[in-house]
Design a protein around this ligand. Structure first.
Ligand SMILES: Cc1cc2nc3c(=O)[nH]c(=O)nc-3n(C[C@H](O)[C@H](O)[C@H](O)COP(=O)(O)OP(=O)(O)OC[C@H]3O[C@@H](n4cnc5c(N)ncnc54)[C@H](O)[C@@H]3O)c2cc1C
Length: 390
């Protein structure tokens, strides 16, 4: 079979792959990106209109340089593409619970967020319940002992638009984008790497895999033992009219109990849509990704409203506008994996980033492209190495 050659092949063109392809092409590499669907799409982990971004990343200090670079790259892409990608409406991280809330591996997520903001000089305010209510009436029902962290530079990004903008920019820089084609195997080929699909074979000097929830199936051990795919549900509930939401409302993360599933997060109404998007988190792994149920049941809608909307929010009706299913691909410590494949030379693996990766994706793409082309990156990626699981 004829072999198509390139410097670097990127497998998977969702959040991480589109960013990596763009940065490689921008740096002048001869690059091919391959995806089983036609990104942006709604089959993986990067759909649903919005993703929260925040500079004080309560998951740990190692993430802060990545999100800072991402914010800068999205602004550059906005200027190039004319698309609105990043809405800086602020983010409010809150605890409204008897005990501190655990989130993404941090024992007291709100306190850790505040601590990191102080340490890294990130502009913020610490708010009492009365101050949160006075500023944002939608949080009226929170507990009197609730605490909040408000970061004006946070907000949300538009995942589908970010992916499309980076793929367009990658094409403009000469990248080849192959869609609707599934990679079936990745194997060493002399000094390079052979990437096979049903009827094409690519030979690259280097390969970056960004296969999201499909990573374990494509890469085998140790990834199949480390990555757990968890079904997540997104809900858009209609707002009461007239709305009590302030014209500029923040995105939010609210711990309303001590366990890692006692959490909800959400977004202000998008102009023209009189609804609030809200979600909670689940960490039960699927037996197989083929068993993923992509529909949201009436019982799940009612449970979400009862468990997280009532008691935390005012001005939100139980009427569902729309719902969607998405997946987290989670490592044992909720951190990222960005490292060489231990058994396949010249293959870099970028994990689906455990349900908190989008805000970092543009910066990850830049760092992975640098690592691929020069052997080092401006942002230190050592916190995301596989070694920590050995
Ligand atoms: C409900 C939900 C809410 C989230 N909220 C936030 C948030 O508020 N803030 C935040 O920062 N992060 C958030 N995240 C996390 C973030 O969205 C993910 O970390 C990120 O989008 C994952 O991107 P990815 O590129 O790894 O995966 P994907 O975007 O799913 O991309 C993987 C791609 O690989 C392709 N692919 C897979 N296998 C193959 C193959 N064999 N051959 C060819 N192509 C292949 C797929 O088609 C797909 O396009 C959330 C995630 C979910 C699910």
């Amino acid at each position: 079979m004829h072999e198509e050659r390139c410097d670097v092949a990127v497998v998977g063109l969702g959040a991480m792959g589109a960013a990596t392809l763009y940065q490689l092409a921008r740096a002048g590499a001869d690059v091919v990106g391959i995806d089983r669907f036609a990104p942006p799409h709604d089959q993986g982990s990067s759909h649903g209109d919005t993703r929260i971004t925040r500079l004080a990343v309560g998951e740990g200090a190692a993430y802060i340089p990545l999100v800072r670079r991402s914010h800068a790259i999205w602004r550059e892409l906005e200027a190039q593409s004319g698309e609105a990608l990043f809405e800086q409406c602020g983010v409010l991280v809150m605890t409204s619970s008897e005990a501190p809330g655990r989130h993404h591996g941090a024992d007291d997520f709100t306190a850790q967020t505040i601590e990191l903001a102080r340490r890294y000089g990130i502009d913020h305010e610490v708010l009492k319940a009365s101050e949160i209510r006075a500023r944002f009436a939608q949080f009226g029902p929170i507990r009197d002992d609730a605490t909040g962290y408000f970061e004006p530079e946070g907000g949300f990004v538009r995942p589908e638009r970010c992916i499309a903008a980076q793929l367009d920019a990658a094409r403009q820089h000469g990248a080849t984008v192959v869609t609707g084609v599934t990679v079936s195997s990745i194997e060493s080929a002399g000094g390079g790497v052979r990437v096979k699909t049903a009827d094409r074979t690519f030979v690259a000097n280097k390969v970056v895999t960004c296969a999201g929830m499909w990573s374990a199936g494509l890469l085998g051990e140790p990834f199949s033992a480390l990555l757990k795919v968890c079904r997540q549900k997104l809900f858009w509930f209609r707002l009461e009219a007239p709305s009590i939401f302030a014209e500029v409302s923040p995105t939010f993360i609210l711990s309303d109990g001590p366990s890692e599933t006692d959490i909800c997060y959400g977004f202000p109404p998008i102009p023209g849509e009189n609804s609030m998007k809200i979600a909670s988190e689940q960490y039960t792994g699927l037996d197989s990704i083929d068993s993923l149920d992509r529909t949201v049941s009436q019982a799940e809608v009612a449970q979400m409203y009862r468990d997280h909307v009532l008691g935390n929010f005012a001005g939100v009706t139980p009427e569902l506008v729309k719902a969607s299913v998405c997946t987290y691909t989670v490592t044992p410590d909720y951190g990222f994996i960005i490292d060489d494949h231990p058994a396949l030379a010249n293959v870099t693996v970028v994990s689906a980033c455990s349900g908190h990766g989008f805000k970092h994706s543009a910066g990850i793409g830049e760092a992975v492209a640098q690592r691929c082309l020069t052997g080092r990156s401006d942002v230190d990626l050592s916190a995301f190495s596989l070694n920590r699981f050995r």
